[in-house]
Every structure is written in structure tokens, then in C-alpha cells.
Design a protein around this ligand. Sequence first.
Ligand SMILES: Cc1cc2nc3c(=O)[nH]c(=O)nc-3n(C[C@H](O)[C@H](O)[C@H](O)COP(=O)(O)OP(=O)(O)OC[C@H]3O[C@@H](n4cnc5c(N)ncnc54)[C@H](O)[C@@H]3O)c2cc1C
Ligand SMILES: *[C@@H]1O[C@H](CO)[C@@H](O)[C@H](O)[C@H]1NC(C)=O
Ligand SMILES: *[C@@H]1O[C@H](CO)[C@@H](O)[C@H](O)[C@H]1NC(C)=O
Ligand SMILES: *[C@@H]1O[C@H](CO)[C@@H](O)[C@H](O)[C@H]1NC(C)=O
Ligand SMILES: *[C@@H]1O[C@H](CO)[C@@H](O)[C@H](O)[C@H]1NC(C)=O
Ligand SMILES: *[C@@H]1O[C@H](CO)[C@@H](O)[C@H](O)[C@H]1NC(C)=O
Ligand SMILES: *[C@@H]1O[C@H](CO)[C@@H](O)[C@H](O)[C@H]1NC(C)=O
Ligand SMILES: *[C@@H]1O[C@H](CO)[C@@H](O)[C@H](O)[C@H]1NC(C)=O
Ligand SMILES: CC(=O)N[C@H]1CO[C@H](CO)[C@@H](O)[C@@H]1O
Length: 540
Amino acid sequence: MKGPYALLFITSILLLSFSSVTSASADVDAFLQCLRKQYSNYSNSKPITDAIYTPNNSSFQSIYELRTNNLRSLYSATLKPVAIVTALHESHAQATVVCAKRHGFQVRIRSGGHDFEGLSFVSNVPFVILDLFNLRSIHIDMSSETAWVQAGATTGELYYRISEKSRVHGFPAGVCITLGIGGHFSGGGYGAMMRKYGLSIDNVLDAQLVDANGRILNRKSMGEDVFWAIRGGGGTSFGIILSWKIKLVPIPPKVTVFKVQRTLEQGATDLTYRWQQVAHKLPQDLFIRLEVRPLIGPGKGNKTIQVTFIGHFLGQTDGLVQLVKANLPALDLQPSDCLEMSWVESILFWAGFPNGTSTDVLLKNRVQTNKVFYKTKSDYFKQVIPKAGLETLWNLLMNIKHIFVQLNPYGGRMAEISEDQTPFPHRAGNLFKVQYTVVWSDAEGGINATERYLEWSRTLYNAMSPYASKFPREAFLNYRDLDVGSNDSNNTDFAVAMVYGAKFFKANFQRLVRAKTIIDSHNFFKNEQSIPPFPSHKFK
Ligand SMILES: Cc1cc2nc3c(=O)[nH]c(=O)nc-3n(C[C@H](O)[C@H](O)[C@H](O)COP(=O)(O)OP(=O)(O)OC[C@H]3O[C@@H](n4cnc5c(N)ncnc54)[C@H](O)[C@@H]3O)c2cc1C
Ligand SMILES: *[C@@H]1O[C@H](CO)[C@@H](O)[C@H](O)[C@H]1NC(C)=O
Ligand SMILES: *[C@@H]1O[C@H](CO)[C@@H](O)[C@H](O)[C@H]1NC(C)=O
Ligand SMILES: *[C@@H]1O[C@H](CO)[C@@H](O)[C@H](O)[C@H]1NC(C)=O
Ligand SMILES: *[C@@H]1O[C@H](CO)[C@@H](O)[C@H](O)[C@H]1NC(C)=O
Ligand SMILES: *[C@@H]1O[C@H](CO)[C@@H](O)[C@H](O)[C@H]1NC(C)=O
Ligand SMILES: *[C@@H]1O[C@H](CO)[C@@H](O)[C@H](O)[C@H]1NC(C)=O
Ligand SMILES: *[C@@H]1O[C@H](CO)[C@@H](O)[C@H](O)[C@H]1NC(C)=O
Ligand SMILES: CC(=O)N[C@H]1CO[C@H](CO)[C@@H](O)[C@@H]1O
């Protein structure tokens, strides 16, 4: 921190807190009336009444649940939204902001509904959900190799539409095909091409944003501070992202993938140890993720760990096998383990579909079915976990059972982009990122088992603290975890925000606060982990 700015920051912790400026008491009827009236300001052919669901509408519950990915968040919610506006036109988003603000409701913004803590559909203060499910157009312009993509489009739809136009263009974004572009990009967005092209936000050129006054802004009119902030700072603190303009990236007509599994008996510990040393140094075309799961056999003491090596190579089998042989010889990767396919087919491979599945599933699977309960935490590693640390991890996993741990290699393009280029600060120096997920279903106790699973996930996280990043222990915003510091839904504590802010954004938190103060000084857009405005603004 520099000069007077630092002083103000420190003062703010000691003295000030910020508060909501909503004055009117929450009134549903007035809100709904406002929507209809406000809407008449915006002329278009899509009536807003077709977009409004209240608990009186028979399909309210199914619309509410449709894009709630985590049953833990859904079932632990204490308050339902008073209304869901499933915007059919951009003006419906504008009207929702103007009317919610006027009538004292918080707005929760939902694109794909994958928030790990359900912050896009749960709040403990009276709220409405603005659901962007229907705003999902994708316009690709091959002459400039760019595209405008609306927030409600899924990653799968985007990949499909790109592949329709070209076999040699792609886009670096998430592995899961049902993520909403709105939330996914605004928190970073990474996938199997991260080491080659960085994150989604590293390839974003422009955006459309509805601000707290209901205006639609673009990159030029929102200004560079705000445009910087929404690329990794979480859109939800700054406004409603209606669409993103992206730069497509070149890919070869065929890529190569593999998936091989090794248990402890097959040398998984040595392989994992070695992977940590080399995965971040491999050529940028190669990405090898590890997925670690306990295997519990029928007999007593019959337990092991299975490590799955999943590879993605922007090239052909021969080159891949040679690279793996030179760097991870003990994996013993064979040409017969490798599958060559188009990039869009590799998306299906990563999403777990059998070889030969039609790419139509990318359009058909807009929401995830088979929903479960889960809790996820994230960690960054700047040093190799010693073998003793791996043993600790294995032992815990074998006792937790319903868990998986994913290790994603960094390096490559990720290490070339400076920490302050975007709010996402986890760049050079990181060997890999880890995701710990406990997952369970109704058969394992459903919502009643929540505390037990949360406890397991915390135990694991604590056990890894000697090896993980420190001061701060960094965390990935897109892997939302309220344990790293959070406030209530009104978010009234700047000191708390500085705690999670440092973990998600490191020194970039300051500039995010500045951007927030520019675009939303009254803190209309907020949640349990949002960016607060500069506390002193009201005293100016
Ligand atoms: C099964 C699964 C797989 C995943 N795989 C990956 C992966 O491969 N790579 C990766 O990077 N991440 C991955 N994630 C994490 C994912 O990127 C985040 O959960 C992301 O926030 C999801 O965006 P969404 O729009 O689907 O979710 P939502 O729940 O709709 O939104 C997430 C957050 O963004 C806000 N938001 C949503 N839309 C907007 C908008 N239009 N304007 C402003 N704010 C908005 C919400 O209010 C909320 O705070 C995965 C998550 C799940 C559940
Ligand atoms: C949140 O803020 C609103 C508006 O100021 C207020 O009415 C409400 O009591 C607050 N709720 C909580 C839980 O702090
Ligand atoms: C829309 O019209 C209403 C009623 O005339 C007015 O109060 C409101 O300020 C207008 N909103 C905008 C964004 O122009
Ligand atoms: C919900 O019900 C209200 C009142 O009956 C109606 O005006 C509105 O059109 C309904 N919404 C939808 C999306 O059908
Ligand atoms: C729901 O219907 C009841 C009975 O018709 C009515 O009193 C109430 O105002 C309606 N609520 C909303 C939010 O439309
Ligand atoms: C994958 O499917 C294609 C046809 O869709 C087929 O040619 C190929 O042999 C299959 N590969 C494997 C390993 O099954
Ligand atoms: C959870 O507990 C409640 C109350 O004891 C019980 O009715 C319900 O069946 C339980 N649910 C599950 C999935 O076990
Ligand atoms: C939010 O901040 C207030 C004020 O410091 C604090 O009392 C409260 O416990 C915090 N809430 C949560 C959920 O952390
Ligand atoms: C995970 C594991 O080691 N499973 C083994 C348990 O024992 C049975 C019977 O001996 C084996 O078939 C499993 O492979």
C-alpha cells in the first residue's frame, strides 16, 4: 500500500463500517408493480410479465431449483426469493436493478448456478433472483476471430458454436460443460488449455454491464478500472454482466488425450511426487491433471489410493508419448493409451462422455441433472509436497471415503502474466492448484450429514497447511468457500472483506475496492464475499 491510501485503509478497519443505503422497506407488490411500470420505459417486444415468477406461479419452485447445482446450498437456505426474474431481454435486467433498489430488495445474479456456496440463489435478507438462463445468444465473427457471448450461455454451448464455425479455433474455459459464462468468466475460468492460453479472462476483449443505476455500460463507458475488476474480481460485486466479447484462440485440427490410473501398489506415490516437480515445467501444449480418490475394497484393510492422470496435448500421439517418457517415465504411457480427436470431442472426453458421443450433448445438457451435496476448498502450492505429506493425505482420504482431490498444474502461460494484469493473482511461482471436494447424496444422509462432511473437509485442509501457500493462504474465487472469511448477506464488515480479499486477490484487493467505489459506491451489489466500496466515501 502506498501513502495516504494505506492510511485510509488502516483507519477504515478501526473506525468505519459501510451499510446498505436501501431506505424503503421491502414490499413485494410495489416491487412487481415497479417492474411492469419501469419496463414501459424500455420498448421491446418481450413482455416482462412472461419473465416474472413469484411463489404464486406453479413453476416457481422448479425454476428456482433448475440451476441450483449444490443441494447443500438449496436445502440449507432459510429464505426463498420473493421473485425470480428470468430475463428475456436486457431491459428486464435493467428494470430488476432499478426496482429492487427502489423497494429494498437485494439482487442475486444467476447465470449457470454453479456457485459452490449457492451465492447466486441464496441470501438471508429479502431478495430477488435475476436469472440469465434465457440470455444466451452467441455471435461469432470469424473475420476478427472474436465472439460476443451472453451471460446465460453455457460453456458447452460456446464450445459447440465455435466448433461449428472452425476446426482450428477454440476458447480456454472450464472443463465442465454446464457452467454459466456470466459467473464462470468473472471469477477467472480455467480449463485444459490454461498452460497455453491462460484463463478465460486473459482472452476477454469487452463486456456489457448493467450498473446499479440500471445503465448498460461497455468497456469504454465503464472505464478501465471497472473493466479490469470484472475480469476475475467476481462480476457480482460490480453489476450484472450481460455479455462478454472474447478472442478465439488457435488450436490444431487434432488434439490428443489420455487417462491412465495407478494405485499405491502401482507406484502412485512416486509418480505424484515426480509430477509435482515436472508438470508446471512441461511445454505449454501439455496439461496433465491428477485426480486422487480412495478405493475401498470389500475386505478389511483392503484400501488404497487411485491417482488418475488425465492429459490434454495440443499435438499428436508421437510427440505426447515422447514428452511423457522424458518427464514422467514411470507412468509408462503407451500410444494405445492415447486418443486423437478434434478439440470439441476432447471437451466431451473431459466431461466424461464415452468415446463416440455426439457433440449434440453440448447443446442438450444445459443443466446438470443428478444433483448432489458437496463442499469444496482450494489451495495453491509453491513447493513440492514431500512424500511424508502425501502419505498424510492418502491416510486421511482413505478414512473420509466420499472425497476427491484434484491437482491442476500451473506454469506456462499462467506464469507469464503478471499478478496485477487482472484481479486473479495466482500466477508465477505456483506449481499447482488443489481442489478438495467432499460429495454425498441422500443415501449418505443428505442435508443431515452436512456437519460431518464439512468437518472432514476442514480436517483435510488443516492437515495440508504445512505444505500450502502461506501469508496469505491463497484461494481461488471460482471455488467459492465461505470458510476463508465471509460476512452475512448484507456484508457490513470491511475488516472481514480484507481477510478474504487478500486470499482471493492478494494486493489486487485495493484496486478492486477502488473500482467498486467508482461503479457502486452505495454497495447495492453485494454478497457474503463481495468487494466493499471504500468506507470513507460517505464522509467525502
Ligand atoms: C461441477 C463444477 C465444475 C466446475 N469446473 C470448473 C472448471 O473446470 N474451471 C473453473 O474455472 N471453474 C469450474 N467450476 C467453478 C465455476 O467456475 C464457478 O462456480 C462459477 O462461478 C460458475 O459460474 P455460474 O454462472 O455457472 O454460476 P452462478 O452460481 O450463476 O454464479 C456464480 C457467481 O457469479 C455471480 N454471477 C453469475 N452470473 C453473473 C453475471 N451475469 N453478472 C454478475 N455476476 C454474476 C453469481 O452471483 C455468483 O456469485 C466448476 C463448478 C462446478 C459446480
Ligand atoms: C440488511 O440490511 C437491510 C437494509 O438495510 C436491513 O433491513 C436488514 O435488517 C439487514 N439484515 C441483516 C441480517 O443484517
Ligand atoms: C422510468 O419511468 C418512470 C416513470 O415515469 C420514472 O420514474 C423512472 O425514473 C424511469 N426510469 C428510467 C431508467 O428512465
Ligand atoms: C405468474 O403469475 C402472475 C400472476 O398470476 C402472472 O401475471 C405472470 O405472467 C406469471 N408468470 C409467468 C412467467 O407465467
Ligand atoms: C399471491 O396470491 C395471493 C392470493 O391471490 C395474493 O394475495 C398475493 O398478493 C400474491 N402474491 C404475489 C407475490 O403475487
Ligand atoms: C473412438 O470412436 C471413434 C469413432 O467415433 C472410433 O473410430 C475410434 O476407434 C474409437 N476409439 C476408441 C479407443 O474406442
Ligand atoms: C433428516 O432428518 C430429518 C429430521 O430428523 C428426517 O425427517 C429426514 O428424513 C432426514 N433426512 C435424511 C435424508 O436422512
Ligand atoms: C459480519 O460482520 C459483523 C460485524 O463485524 C459481525 O458481527 C458478523 O459476525 C459477521 N458475520 C459473519 C457471518 O461473519
Ligand atoms: C482396493 C483393493 O485393493 N481392492 C482389492 C481388495 O481385495 C479384493 C480381493 O482380494 C481384490 O480383488 C481387490 O482388488
